[in-house]
Design a protein around this ligand. Sequence first.
Ligand SMILES: [Mg+2]
Length: 240
Amino acid sequence: MPRIRVITFDLDNTLWDVRTVIGNAEHRMRAWLAEHVPEVIELYEDGAVIQQIRDELISEQPAVVHDLSTLREEVVFRAVRRCGRNENAARQLAQGAFCEFFEARHEVEYFDGALEALAALSKRYTLGSLTNGNADAKKLRLDRFFSFNFTAAGVGIGKPAPDMFQAALRHNGVSADAAVHIGDHPVDDIQAAQNVGMHTVWTNGPVQRSMRRSEVVIEPTVEIEELAELTGAIEQIEAL
Ligand SMILES: [Mg+2]
């Protein structure tokens, strides 16, 4: 078996708790909207309207689900238009609101051991990120550790489709059995990476378990509770 050369990381809920990050970013975006276009807040408070706008947009442009930034900004744009603002004004307001969201979305609090594990592993392996979300690894200064980053928006389709995993393998010129994917999601991360032939480490601690509605049965190469166990997990895979 070739030794491991490349390690890919999911971001949200693997390196930080996404609920607090998105909750805070939503809050900041609404505060910005309340200041700049107060009448739209009523729509946001009646979640059903925003949901309807979102559903309509997705049915018109199904590919937008792989580009959460565009999706979010476009929903704001349409909500502001509904409040009677003209197209130019609505576009500017949507961009301003999204900017506020995007800044706050990058104020992440890493799980214990995350940065230490990335620092240690980056000395021995080529690391990169594969995310369905809109976290920008460069904006987070994760390019200290990551030499490549693929996103659903950039690749055109999110995990569990094989495309992002295959893009990472191709980019690094390695076969799947020389690569490990680390992630929290049983299907999007673990089963999807296994389907392309990669090794997997499932980060399945109390935070991740608390977000799951039902028990899942999967067989990752290694399962860990916290990121402090990650370098040991990689050593375990190396020893297979
Ligand atoms: Mg995740």
